[in-house]
Design a protein around this ligand. Structure first.
Ligand code: FES
Ligand SMILES: [Fe+2]
Length: 413
């Protein structure tokens, strides 16, 4: 249990079923999240091992708002290193990606190897024996900060914590099973993109877990009946409630055929898609799962929506902004046609996606709506007030309550 929180946020008495609006805007609370959550007892997704497939490959990203470098060292080991020079704190790596045999800071040319050891200090001995570093300066004491790393099914995670359980234990069996199912055949990256959103990162993570809104906010889904709350499905939660999977299963071929373009008709008005191949798909999973949205605490998502497979990471960029990174992928067994289908289906999701572009704006609307009423709260009571899995369908906000359970555990509220 985290040390108790002494901030001036009053947590209502309704457990995790009422959330104070202040939590989405307060700058002090935002700082506290960086320390207690993102540097706390969690594993953060930072990228895929394909992005750093060769020795020397690196990408730069963030854990919370701390910049990190993800790289493969010359011994082929994946390293995650805080992107901050030991000298005066400059970003060591200012490129998004690349390949290099060492890390060199542009400011004063301190050089580090790919395990973060400080190898040389420019003019360390001064010029003509004048100046230079003091005699007691030890390079060994000034390496870069290296984090604990775990790679599972090609997904790279890192943590600041020495205490958090090994990654797969921390995720739990059900979460691991879904990762195996969606990612375990191997990933072929089809593309990446990102979107900036004018809202607190937690509003997006609530949205991801919100199975209640899918057929209401997203008119495309409702109009073409792509996915209905009445389909068989439910919510899985990890034992501590922190991670979730919301899923639906086609029970009949007719349901699965919803993705068959020729049969797709609007419920009302009778109109059809100009390009019906947009929703063309195939039965990919034996279990009949047509949709599974998984989030691992706090900000990572594994998506299967029909044949559209993607990873998402929501990075906080201050109390009222966030950036959502997307990785769209297929498998090594895909035929060319299947790969085309995946790419096409990915047009239904994402910032311009016909199904879910609304998810990119609704957080900003909430941010505006709640900005000045910090003492008021949301109501997260659909399906009850508790945090327990639901095999009884998805008309529930239980996975959002699970998120807040994780939040309170970390933040000490
Ligand atoms: S800040 Fe990096 S070498 Fe000076
Ligand atoms: Fe949505």
């Amino acid at each position: 249990m985290a040390e108790s929180n002494t901030q001036k946020i009053e947590w209502p008495n309704d457990g995790v079923s009422r959330i104070p609006y202040k939590i989405y805007t307060d700058p002090d609370n935002y700082d506290d999240e960086q320390r207690r959550i993102f540097r706390g007892p969690i594993w953060s997704f930072v990228g895929t091992d394909q992005e750093v497939s060769k020795p020397g490959d690196f990408i730069t990203t963030y854990i919370g708002d701390t910049p990190v470098i993800v790289l493969r060292d010359l011994e082929r080991k994946v390293q995650v290193i805080v992107n901050r020079c030991s000298h005066r704190g400059n970003l060591i790596c200012i490129k998004r990606e690349g390949n290099s045999e060492e890390l060199t800071c542009v400011y004063h040319n301190w050089r580090y190897d790919l395990q973060g050891n400080l190898k040389s200090v420019a003019f360390g001995k001064g010029v003509g024996r004048k100046g230079g570093m003091p005699d007691d300066f030890n390079r060994e004491d000034h390496g870069l900060q290296r984090l604990r790393v775990a790679v599972y099914q090609g997904l790279i995670f890192a943590t600041f914590s020495d205490d958090v359980a090994p990654l797969t234990d921390w995720l739990g069996d059900e979460m691991v099973e879904n990762i195996d199912r969606v990612v375990g055949r191997g990933m072929v990256l089809l593309g990446t993109y990102s979107q900036y959103m004018p809202n607190n990162w937690k509003l997006y993570m609530e949205n991801v877990r919100d199975s209640y809104h899918a057929s209401i906010l997203h008119m495309f889904q409702a109009t073409f009946r792509i996915n209905r709350l009445s389909m068989k499905g439910g919510i899985k939660l990890s034992d501590n409630g922190w991670h979730h999977i919301s899923y639906s299963i086609a029970e009949t071929d007719r349901e699965e055929d919803q993705y068959d373009a020729k049969k797709l008709r609007a419920v009302k008005d009778g109109y059809t898609l100009a390009d019906p191949t947009l929703v063309k798909g195939w039965r990919e999973f034996e279990c009949g799962t047509t949709l599974a949205i998984q989030s691992t605490y706090p900000n990572f998502v594994v998506q299967q929506i029909s044949n559209s497979l993607a990873l998402r990471l929501c990075l906080p960029k201050g109390p009222e902004e966030c950036e959502l990174l997307w990785w769209v992928f297929g498998t090594p067994e895909d035929t060319n046609e299947q790969q085309e289908i995946r790419i096409k289906q990915s047009n239904m999701i994402g910032p311009g996606g016909v199904i879910s572009m609304e998810d990119g704006v609704v957080g900003g609307w909430i941010q505006r709506g709640t900005k000045r009423d910090h003492e008021k709260t949301t109501i997260v009571q659909m399906g009850g007030r508790d945090v327990a899995p639901s095999a009884e369908g998805r008309a529930t906000e239980v996975s959002i309550r699970g998120f807040w359970q994780g939040y309170r555990d970390c933040m000490g509220f």
